[in-house]
Design a protein around this ligand. Structure first.
Ligand SMILES: [Zn+2]
Ligand SMILES: [Zn+2]
Length: 78
């Protein structure tokens, strides 16, 4: 059993809409490096809990107006 990101593996479609113009946001890809074990953004408590890889963070962007936002998905077992 492996934990995988449902968005990276096309199990889930990104369905968020742009808060500015209402058009569908596109998936700009995973930002896995931001959540790696040596990430400066990871606080100490999370590391001690032993769950540094339960989320996959993606950059979502709006092709129409250029809005972008980061969104995290919980990993699922495959
Ligand atoms: Zn992902
Ligand atoms: Zn937009």
């Amino acid at each position: 059993m492996a934990r995988v990101c449902p968005v990276c593996n096309a199990l889930t479609a990104v369905t968020a809409n742009c808060p500015r113009c209402g058009r569908p946001l596109a998936d700009g890809g995973a930002l896995e490096n931001f959540f790696g074990p040596y990430s400066p953004y990871m606080d100490v408590e999370s590391l001690q809990a032993g769950e540094p890889d339960r989320q996959c963070v993606h950059l979502l962007y709006c092709p129409s107006c250029g809005y972008d936002v980061r969104a995290a998905w919980a990993l699922v077992e495959l």
